[in-house]
Design a binder for this molecule. Structure first.
Ligand SMILES: [Zn+2]
Length: 152
């Protein structure tokens, strides 16, 4: 993964340098609702420059598949942070992971098709486009989370 997406670890004290070199901002044709403040729209996403176009296309494909905006609240992509379950950096640090519907799909809770948790068309759309879904992780389930690669 580092060979493709680079290694953020040397930039822990100069994150802006990492952000400048690795990340890119891209607008969304249809703005999403921001998961942590529903009064805010997300009009553009920031992700790894190799992934950002694919992320935007996948989000738009979910809407095209019939997922209502209210069921696809955007929890974020790039964020410099350790994994919530381990000391390593999260794939969010590379800008190649995305969270959707975080409040309804808590870390450690199994997914269910109950009309409240992640819409099944989101899961189908992301998986068909090559993303790994946290709802199928072997260790800690993370059903709000999709990522482009596994391991560091
Ligand atoms: Zn995540």
């Amino acid at each position: 993964m580092i060979s493709v997406f680079g290694d953020p670890r040397p930039f822990v004290n100069t994150k802006a340098v990492w952000e400048e070199s690795a990340l890119e901002m891209m607008p969304l044709a249809v703005p999403l609702i921001y998961a942590y403040d529903a009064s805010q729209s997300v009009r553009r996403v920031r992700a790894h420059r190799l992934m950002v176009e694919h992320l935007v296309a996948t989000l738009q494909a979910c809407l095209a598949a019939g997922v209502p905006l209210q069921r696809m609240k955007y929890g974020g992509c790039y964020q410099w942070r350790p994994k919530r379950t381990a000391a390593q950096l999260s794939l969010h640090t590379w800008g190649i992971a995305v969270d959707l519907e975080p409040a309804e799909n808590l870390l450690g809770e199994p997914w269910a098709d109950d009309g409240r948790r992640l819409h099944p068309a989101i899961i189908d759309t992301f998986k068909k486009r090559g993303w790994f879904w946290g709802g199928e992780f072997e260790k800690t389930l993370d059903p709000q989370h999709f990522q482009w690669a596994t391991g560091v």
